[in-house]
Ligand binder design. Structure first.
Ligand SMILES: [Cu+2]
Length: 131
């Protein structure tokens, strides 16, 4: 009886230290640049691809929110670029148009709701704007 309670306590402790997210979760997904170089100027288009790292396949149907485009890669965190989504015909590819005002490194940061994934997926994709 004492032995059984000990085994039970040990199992319970083990379950507590393994978070469910260790098995599957937001880290299974990654946003990647479709083309890492973008135009420095108004109306510059850029796109990110959402990949399921377990299969390597693109993931369509995600809802991207809290998007932010800033120059943090060049230590200008507060320098932002206005941007808006564009229609995309390529499944798993999410397109945008931005008013880029300076050449250099821009980070596109976002959160996403991915079909079938309860956790919010976060992304940060770096682009280089060139004149
Ligand atoms: Cu800047």
């Amino acid at each position: 009886m004492i032995k059984n309670s000990f085994v039970f306590a040990a199992l319970a402790a083990l379950l507590l230290v393994i978070p469910p997210a260790a098995m599957a979760g937001a880290n299974d997904y990654e946003f990647q640049p479709v083309t890492p170089e973008i135009k420095n100027g108004a109306g510059a288009e850029f796109a990110v691809r959402l990949i399921d790292k377990r299969s390597g396949k693109p993931v369509p149907g995600a809802v991207l929110f809290r998007t932010r485009l800033d120059m943090s890669p060049d230590s200008m965190d507060e320098m932002l670029a206005k941007h808006e989504p564009l229609k995309s015909d390529d499944p798993g590819v999410y397109r945008f148009k931005a008013d880029i005002t300076m050449a250099g490194g821009w980070a596109f940061k976002l959160q996403a709701k991915v079909p079938g994934e309860p956790d919010t997926v976060e992304g940060s994709v770096v682009f280089t704007a060139k004149d």
